[in-house]
Design a protein around this ligand. Structure first.
Ligand code: HPA
Length: 250
């Protein structure tokens, strides 16, 4: 079964034939909400809204450990994350979908490992390639099948939020080699890796990052919603195709 973690603008899967909801308790506390199970055609999928179903959890308040643990607990074997991002690379203007292949983590103070505390063994997860290649290909194949254009790579910079970045911070991320910026990519990706859950992300650019393009003077937050709504409709089509493809290949 494929699991989907929805972000801003995607708190439920439209057209999903919901079969059940499950509240999962974990040793790390409560996930963002109940997991929703459903079918796309005859393929089963489980869905979790990262920010809670009422979008009440800020990026630094999300219990990423509980979310990933719960997803594995219910038997999901692959995870697709949806992230909305600010575009840094010129090719990632508002409305563009990307499948990132790298991450730089600028977050701090988040619970970012399962391997800590007196009882837990120390484990150093290999994270050279933070996203699963097979899952990235699944997303690319799904986007192609759905006829949705996308950029097939990119470096995701994970910032702490909830505030947006300064222009100087974005200039620094640009120098670091980042092509997009978001607030929820980490520690989600590494926690999936620690659990050996294949994980990849589909990112939707909803604005030019601070100081760039039409965000030169400010990020026009009131204009984001329309881009988010239109973009997420496309993301949903990719996800529908991904669920079916995952089932075919399982
Ligand atoms: N910065 C960080 N996170 C984001 C942005 C941004 O510009 N846009 C959407 N999520």
């Amino acid at each position: 079964m494929l699991a989907i973690i929805g972000g801003t603008g995607l708190s439920r899967l439209a057209d999903l034939d919901i079969t059940r909801r499950e509240i999962v308790r974990t040793p790390f506390g409560e996930p963002s909400g109940p997991l929703t199970f459903g079918k796309v055609g005859d393929a089963e999928v489980c869905f979790l809204a990262r920010h809670g179903y009422g979008h009440t959890l800020a990026p630094h308040e999300v219990n990423y450990r509980a979310n990933l643990w719960a997803i594995r607990e219910v038997g999901a074997r692959r995870v697709v994350a949806v992230n909305s991002v600010g575009g840094i690379a010129p090719a990632l203007g508002p409305g563009v979908i990307a499948i990132p292949d790298q991450i730089i983590d600028y977050t701090w103070g988040r619970k970012h490992t399962f391997f800590e505390g007196p009882e837990a063994p120390v484990k150093h997860a290999d994270f050279t390639h933070p996203y699963c290649a097979v899952t990235r290909k699944l997303l690319a194949d799904a986007a192609n099948r759905a006829g949705i254009p996308f950029v097939d790579h990119g470096v995701y910079a994970a910032t702490q939020g909830p505030r947006l970045e300064t222009a100087a911070e974005i200039a620094r991320l640009q120098r670091d080699g980042a092509s997009m910026v978001g607030m929820t990519g980490m520690p989600e990706a590494v926690l999936a890796r620690e659990l050996d859950l294949p994980y990849a992300a589909i990112a939707l650019s909803v604005n030019h990052a601070a100081g760039l393009g039409d965000s030169k003077d400010a990020i026009q937050l009131d204009e984001l919603q329309a881009v988010l709504d239109a973009g997420m409709r496309q993301v949903l089509r990719v996800l529908g195709a991904a669920v079916a493809l995952h089932q075919d290949n399982a």
